[in-house]
Design a binder for this molecule. Structure first.
Ligand code: MG
Length: 159
C-alpha cells in the first residue's frame, strides 16, 4: 500500500472586531484573525499537511498573499483546491488530525461542526477527522490572546 504522511503548522494574529473562522466554522468571538484570506488558521495548517504529503511546497507558494485572487477568500476553497491536487497525484485522504491552541473562546462547542464541515471537502467521514483544542495555560503569545497556533497531520493513500 502506498501511503504518505505530512504535517502543517500555521499562526495568525488576533485583533478586535475581525471574524474568527476555524475549521471552516465561524466562531462567535470579540476577536478574529488578521489575514489576507478569511484567516482560517486551522484550514491553512491542514492544507500544508496535505501539501507536505505530496512534497509540493506550501500554501503560501500555491496561493500567494500578494495575489488579489486570494484576497479575503474562504479558506474552504483553498482546501478544496488542495484536495483536488491530492487526487490529481493519485491519492485520497486517509485521515487528518488537527490541534488548535487558542486561549479563548472555548472551542469545544464547535468541534463537531468543524469535523462535519471538513468531511465533504476531504471526502472522508467525520470519524477520520480529528480536531483537538487546547489553551496554553495563559503562557506565551497564545496565552496572552495575541494569536492562535495550529498543528495538523495528514495521511494520504494511493489509489
Ligand atoms: Mg495562514
Amino acid at each position: 500500500m502506498d501511503i504518505r504522511i505530512g504535517n502543517g503548522y500555521d499562526v495568525h494574529a488576533l485583533a478586535q472586531g475581525l471574524p474568527m473562522w476555524l475549521g471552516g466554522v465561524q466562531i462567535p468571538s470579540e476577536t478574529g484573525f488578521v489575514a489576507h484570506s478569511d484567516g482560517d488558521v486551522a484550514i491553512h495548517a491542514l492544507c500544508d499537511a496535505l501539501l507536505g504529503c505530496l512534497a509540493v511546497g506550501d500554501i503560501g507558494h500555491l496561493f500567494p498573499d500578494t495575489s488579489d485572487e486570494w484576497k479575503g477568500i474562504d479558506s474552504k476553497i483553498l482546501l478544496t483546491n488542495v484536495v483536488s491536487l491530492v487526487q490529481e497525484h493519485g491519492y485520497r485522504v486517509g485521515n487528518v488530525d488537527i490541534t488548535i491552541a487558542l486561549q479563548r473562546p472555548k472551542l469545544s462547542p464547535y468541534i463537531t461542526a468543524m469535523r462535519e464541515t471538513l468531511s465533504p471537502i476531504l471526502g472522508v467521514s467525520p470519524e477520520r477527522i480529528s480536531v483537538k483544542a487546547t489553551t496554553t495555560e495563559r503562557l506565551g503569545f497564545v496565552g496572552r490572546c495575541e494569536g492562535c497556533e495550529v498543528w495538523a497531520s495528514a495521511l494520504i493513500i494511493g489509489d
